[in-house]
Design a binder for this molecule. Structure first.
Ligand code: AP5
Length: 226
């Protein structure tokens, strides 16, 4: 396939990060997760981190102008010229329009927006049991994907913590933000003919297999058109 420019779309806890890590290993493409980028900025105390923190703590979306700048500069980077994986961006229609403008400017197109669908009760179970590595953000679940040693990251040995926005009252706010601001992107990408739906209510490896399958189909379709 000429280039693979992917968006992972879905509610909080649907498994975007989990699948993003798997895809990055498979495809060897740059992976840009706005949540991880913003959490790193908060930790480092940068200007962007200071702007983002109060919104993130409340479970609200960070203003569009902040995230659009963060992603725009990465998409333009030569590292991303063969493709890239976006997780958590775009999350509003203005962000999607800004991404489209940026891609048009570069003479490129998005390949697919992969919507990971998961029922709400499952989302709440997942976020309630998530544990995140303090150092690099590697993700585990106390029940579904436990680390080898409780409280310790398998990858880099750093402590596993509960994210501030995984508290029950903040989870509810994030879900409300998803319904009102991000869900409209499903129609947006359906209208552009690049929406691909995946059942996320299965084991992580099975979800990853579905995503591999749909990317293989897209490759075959592209070859037939050439
Ligand atoms: P962000 O970090 O992107 O949070 P999110 O979208 O709410 O997504 P999550 O990271 O909570 O979940 P996920 O879908 O990645 O699931 P995961 O793989 O971890 O954003 C955080 C905040 O930053 C936002 O609230 C906002 O303030 C701000 N922000 C970010 N981007 C922004 C933007 N573009 N504009 C404005 N603001 C922005 O999985 C969850 C758990 O389930 C894990 O424990 C995992 O082990 C487990 N799990 C995963 N898959 C499965 C499975 N198939 N079966 C069982 N368990 C599973």
């Amino acid at each position: 396939m000429s280039e693979l420019n992917l968006i992972l779309l879905g509610p909080p806890g649907s498994g975007k990060g989990t699948q993003g890590e798997a895809l990055q290993e498979d495809l060897r493409l740059p992976y840009y997760a706005t949540g991880d980028i913003l959490r790193a900025a908060v930790k480092d105390g940068t200007q962007i981190g200071k702007q983002a923190k109060e919104y993130m703590d409340r479970g609200e979306l960070v203003p569009d102008e902040v995230t659009i700048g963060v992603i725009g500069e990465r998409v333009e980077n030569p590292d991303a010229s063969d493709g890239f994986i976006l997780d958590g961006f775009p999350r509003t229609v203005p962000q999607a329009e800004a991404l489209e403008d940026e891609m048009n400017k570069l003479g490129r197109k998005m390949t697919a927006a992969i919507l990971i669908e998961v029922p709400q009760d499952e989302i709440i179970r997942r976020l309630g049991g998530r544990r995140t590595c303090e150092q690099e953000g590697h993700v585990f679940h106390v029940e579904f994907d436990p680390p080898n040693q409780e409280g310790v990251c398998d990858v880099d040995g750093s402590p596993l913590i509960v994210r501030d926005d995984d508290k029950p009252e903040v989870i509810e706010k994030r879900l409300e933000q998803y319904r009102t601001k991000t869900a409209p992107l499903v129609d947006y990408y359906e209208d552009r003919g690049i929406l691909q739906k995946v059942n996320g209510d299965e084991a992580p490896d099975d979800v990853a297999d579905h995503i591999r399958g749909l990317l293989a189909t897209l490759r075959r379709e592209e070859e037939m058109e050439m």
